[in-house]
Design a protein around this ligand. Structure first.
Ligand SMILES: Nc1ncnc2c1ncn2[C@@H]1O[C@H](COP(=O)(O)OP(=O)(O)OP(=O)(O)O)[C@@H](O)[C@H]1O
Length: 122
């Protein structure tokens, strides 16, 4: 149990470290909060909630992995190196792809009910 708690504590401190040090992570959290608020206001279906929560968490998970890769690269290659660049760019590219997908999913799911609410279309 003690070992489990220690591992859990380490994992939580990894998340806290990312939130504290990465402004992109704080942006993702803010954006997710706005999206979840809108989803609650618009009364989304369970499946729509699941998709929105899933893609939002995926973006944050990739930001945490991106941070882990950045720190590992900095540890091993503090000077400029093309492979360090490739590793960091690939990790950042993963976050970017997921973030683009999250915007597209947000527009598809939230767009129509938001349009109806704003313009009183039945
Ligand atoms: N050691 C290195 N060698 C070559 N290019 C690097 C190296 N470190 C960083 N870079 C380049 O600079 C970019 C930014 O790297 P950096 O580590 O500053 O990440 P960042 O995206 O600014 O992270 P943060 O989210 O902390 O602002 C990388 O994507 C890469 O193209």
């Amino acid at each position: 149990m003690n070992r489990f708690l220690r591992s859990f504590g380490c994992a939580v401190s990894g998340i806290v470290f990312t939130v504290r040090t990465q402004r992109h992570m704080r942006f993702h959290i803010g954006a997710a909060a706005v999206v979840f608020l809108l989803a609650a206001l618009l009364g989304l279906q369970a499946v729509e909630w699941a998709i929105i929560v899933g893609i939002s968490v995926l973006v944050m998970v990739l930001e945490i992995v991106n941070t882990a890769i950045e720190k590992t690269v900095d540890l091993h290659m503090p000077t400029v190196h093309p492979l360090a660049k490739a590793a960091k760019d690939a990790a950042a590219g993963a976050v970017l792809l997921a973030a683009i997908a999250s915007v597209i999913i947000g527009v598809i799911i939230l767009g129509p009910p938001l349009y109806k609410l704003l313009f009183h279309v039945s």
